[in-house]
Design a protein around this ligand. Structure first.
Ligand code: ADP
Ligand code: F6P
Length: 319
C-alpha cells in the first residue's frame, strides 16, 4: 500500500471534512501518498484527481460540506462506468480507496472491492440509516440544527397558539425526527417506522390546548404523507391554525458538532489503519463508543435499527 484515494459521495454531511482531514493526515503520517478524488464517483470516472498534502486539509475540521465536493453519479452504477473508474485507478497507481458516504456510496465501494481494489467505507450521511453503526457522521449536527429550529418555531407557536408541523429529512429513516423530536419536546413525532394516526395527533393538540398549552409541535419525517395535507387535516379537525415549516437543506449544512468531528477523526484514522493492515471491503462504524469495522456487504444489508423504546418515551413525555 503506497497510494490511497479518498472521495465523498451522495448527500453531503457535516463532518465529512473532518473525516477527509483524518484520512489525509493519518495516511501521510504513515508514509502514504493520498489522492483526493473530486465529485464522488464522477471524479473517479473522469480522472478528476489531485494529490493532497498536509495543507490541503488545513482549516477544514470546523467546516460543513466537503472540500472534495460530492455528486450522485448514475454512470458508476453501470458496468461501463465501473470499468472507467478501474482504468483511472490503474493510471494513478491507486492501491486503496476510502469512500465517505451513505449506503448508496457503499454499494459503489463494494463493486470496487469485488473488482480487487481494497476499499474502506466511512458512514457520512445525516440520515443515520445504516444499521451496522450506532451513528453516522453528520447526524448529530443535523439533529442539533433541527432542535434549534424547533426551539424557534416553538416561540412563535406559543405566541399565536398554533400547531406547527416541522418537516425534517431522513429519506426512509425516522431517526432525525425521533431524536430531534424527543430533545425538542415535540407533542407528536411522525416517522416511517410507525403508523401515522391523525386523529390521535389532533386529540393531543386539543387536550393540550384544554389544559392551557399554548404551542403544539409536530415533527414529521419527510416521505410520510404530505405536510401540507396534514396541515389542512389538522386545521379542519381541530379548528386550530396550523403552519408548516420544511427545514430542507438547512439540515445538511453548518459547522459539525464536537461529537461528529471526533467520530469522523477516529473513523478516518481507522480506515487508513485497516488499509495498512491489508484489510479490504470493510465499513468503519461506531458501536457503544468503540470504533468497529464490518464487511461492506453486511453494512449495506444491515437492517436499520429504529429505537422503539425511545419513540415510546417521547410519546409518554409529551402527554
Ligand atoms: P448515499 O451514499 O448518501 O446513500 P446515493 O444513494 O445517492 O447516496 O448514492 C451515491 C452514489 O453512490 C450514487 O450516485 C452512485 O454514484 C453510487 N452508487 C449508488 N448505488 C450504486 C450501485 N448499486 N452501484 C454502484 N454505485 C452506486
Ligand atoms: O441522504 C441525505 C439526504 O439529505 C436525505 O435526508 C434526503 O432525502 C436527500 O438526501 C435529499 O437529497 P438531495 O441531495 O437530492 O437534495
Amino acid at each position: 500500500m503506497k497510494n490511497i484515494g479518498v472521495l465523498t459521495s451522495g448527500g453531503d454531511a457535516p463532518g465529512m471534512n473532518a473525516a477527509i482531514r483524518a484520512v489525509v493526515r493519518s495516511a501521510i503520517y504513515n508514509g502514504l501518498n493520498v489522492f483526493g478524488i473530486k465529485h464522488g464517483y464522477n471524479g473517479l470516472i473522469n480522472g478528476d484527481i489531485k494529490e493532497m498534502n498536509l495543507s490541503s486539509v488545513a482549516d477544514i475540521i470546523h467546516r460543513g460540506g466537503t472540500v472534495l465536493r460530492t455528486a450522485r453519479c448514475e454512470e458508476f452504477k453501470t458496468e461501463k462506468g465501473l470499468q472507467k473508474g478501474l482504468n483511472v485507478i490503474n493510471v494513478f497507481g491507486i492501491d486503496g480507496i476510502v469512500v465517505i458516504g451513505g449506503d448508496g456510496s457503499f454499494k459503489g465501494a463494494q463493486k470496487l472491492a469485488d473488482a480487487g481494489i481494497p476499499t474502506m467505507g466511512i458512514p457520512g450521511t445525516i440520515d443515520n440509516d445504516l444499521g451496522y453503526t450506532d451513528y453516522t457522521i453528520g447526524f448529530d449536527t443535523a439533529i442539533n440544527t433541527v432542535l434549534d429550529a424547533i426551539s424557534k418555531i416553538r416561540d412563535t407557536s406559543t405566541s399565536h397558539g398554533r400547531a406547527n408541523i416541522v418537516e425534517v429529512m431522513g429519506r426512509h429513516c425516522g431517526d432525525i425526527a425521533l431524536y430531534a423530536g424527543l430533545a425538542g419536546g415535540a407533542e407528536s413525532i411522525i416517522v416511517p417506522e410507525e403508523k401515522i394516526n391523525t386523529e390521535q395527533i389532533c386529540k393531543k393538540i386539543l387536550q393540550g390546548r384544554n389544559r392551557g398549552k399554548l404551542h403544539s409541535i409536530i415533527v414529521l419525517a419527510e416521505g410520510v404523507g404530505n405536510a401540507f395535507e396534514l396541515e389542512k387535516s389538522i386545521q379542519d379537525k381541530t379548528n386550530i391554525e396550523t403552519r408548516v415549516t420544511v427545514l430542507g437543506h438547512i439540515q445538511r449544512g453548518g459547522s459539525p458538532t464536537a461529537s461528529d468531528r471526533i467520530m469522523a477523526s477516529k473513523m478516518g484514522a481507522m480506515a487508513v489503519s485497516l488499509l495498512l493492515d491489508d484489510k479490504a471491503g470493510l465499513a468503519v462504524g461506531i458501536k457503544g463508543n468503540k470504533i468497529i469495522s464490518v464487511d461492506l456487504n453486511d453494512a449495506i444489508n444491515s437492517k436499520n435499527y429504529f429505537d422503539k423504546d425511545m419513540y415510546k418515551l417521547a410519546k409518554i413525555l409529551s402527554i
